[in-house]
Design a protein. Structure first.
Length: 57
């Protein structure tokens, strides 16, 4: 059995990142990550508002 037969996630991500990297795609990915972080940050407010309006709080 070979010692290096397993592929790590780092090796996979390096190969995918190296295949296509441009400034436009990098900026678009950063904007998507910020939008998702903003949505996750608002989840407690959304949840409390929903349950408050339903009379469960």
């Amino acid at each position: 059995m070979e010692k290096d037969s397993m592929v790590t996630s780092g090796q996979v991500h390096k190969e995918t990142e190296a295949s296509h990297v441009c400034e436009h795609c990098t900026r678009a990915q950063e904007q998507q990550e910020m939008a998702f972080a903003f949505l996750i940050a608002l989840m407690p407010v959304i949840t409390l508002t929903l349950f408050g309006n339903m009379g469960l709080l």
